[in-house]
Design a protein around this ligand. Sequence first.
Ligand code: GLN
Length: 574
Amino acid sequence: MPNTDTQAYNTHNPHKACKYVFVTGGVCSSLGKGLTAASLGSLLESRGYGVQIVKIDPYLNVDAGTMNPYQHGEVYVTDDGAETDLDLGNYARFTSAELSKKNSITTGQVYFEVIESERQGRYLGGTVQVVPHITDTIKKRIMRLSQQQGVDIVITEVGGTVGDIESVPFLEAIRQIIHENDSDVTCTIHVTLLPQLANNELKTKPTQHSVRDLRVAGIRPEFLICRSPVLLSQEHRSKLELLSDVTREGVISSYDVDNIYELPLLYSEQGLETKILKKFNLAIREPKLQPWHDYINSARKAKKTVRIAMVGKYVQLEDAYKSVDEALSHAATKLNAQLQLVKFDPELLEQQQEDEWEQLRACDGVLIPGGFGTRGVYGMLLSAEYARTQHIPFFGICLGLHIMVIEYSRNVLNLRGADSTEFKLETKHPVICLLSEQEGIANLGGTMRLGANDSVLVKDSKPYLAYQQEVISERHRHRYEVSNKYLTDLVNAGLMIAGKTADGSLVESMQWSGHPWGVGVQFHPEFKSRPIYPHPLFRDFIKYSLDSKAKRHKSSAPPHPTTEKKPRKSGTSS
Ligand code: GLN
């Protein structure tokens, strides 16, 4: 129940003795607040504490579902179908916290809730205001994470940069939580940047200013995570201590690392989690960090390389396929290989640009990730045809499965003009189409097939061999489905069904028969891959790509070019 103005919501131990860490950011965006929150989460878990992490996005969109990937990067999907900021993907990869709709708070959601309550008359005639109604709603949304079983510490990451107009109500809500609780209940971390000038000097001034902005909001940072290209010197630490009013103990150097999974180890070496646990008066248990050490060691030791082509619509944007990039890298590390990820713009393949095709032919596997809309589809179809006919390992994810089906229908079944109704409404052969319940939907937000669904895998299919189990659960985010009308013909022609929904009504995965590893899935396995537990489908895709590389080299196929002809997005993702 929302409160009336006279009864502001007090957060003093509303549920139980849970602790709260608040992560804010200063100087500029994209400093890695999400990775900081996620790394801290993993460290606290490694010390035996149950952790939840919540992301605050101070924009007016209700969720990230309707946002353009070019603006926002990947949309991360939870089991319960929330379409969220990609930072939740970091939380999922670094911790075992179960994420849901509750882990994402946006200004849009908060105002939606308050305005709906106002319309229902639940404020009993009171004047509805930012303080206390908006701030109370924010406080409740943060506090409700602590109600979940086994949660000892809730980490809240505030998106954006301190000083942004949009963040003001969120910082005020956090200030109130800090004020209403004893000092061993809350802890504040401010992530800032120490830029390096041409003379190699690191500058602390922007950090001082952003700490001042935070103090104007009534929040004093207890820890400063200082991003810089190099390790901070004692001199810098002293300066920050003096000018930012943080103890020297609280200054943590976060210099650039090769692999993001080194971050928990970097922070732990500087005692971040032990200092926080001390502040919380919680026992400092022995850490269990061996899996992180092992992962970093195998990433460092990996000698062989595997070159994967990603043919996707949004490849110009670094973060558009974040979880896919990460899942590939987890799998490669597991198989002691270094991932070379080469991203292809399908429109250039479509234009038959020879240097693009030469680069594609130098790859050991081809992956088509998810996407929406017509642009680039033909280039994707060409790359799928190439992988199928040349026996190159292929992995189609969501849109990638649709591409696989359209390509097979056109080139093997000879169904001229076969298409998805997403790309051509009046197609003669709608091999991919809308389910009747998706037809006529006008509202775009939250109306796709979203979240976890079971699949039943066909025994001995490629996905079955990867998972080693018959019933799996994976997350979905799509509107269009493989049409059942063409299935018998497709199967008879060699596009096998590898899995279906539990009720048997819809196709969930398919594979090319007589091909080393050509698999398409309707779901998004990338969301469940973790460095310590790489996803079985990505693992097998990389395994077969390594095999294909070895075979091609043996049969004296031209080796990989050592230099790329033109600059392109390439390299390991972490
Ligand atoms: N555009 C396709 C659909 O809506 C595929 C979506 C996706 O790849 N996530 O069904």
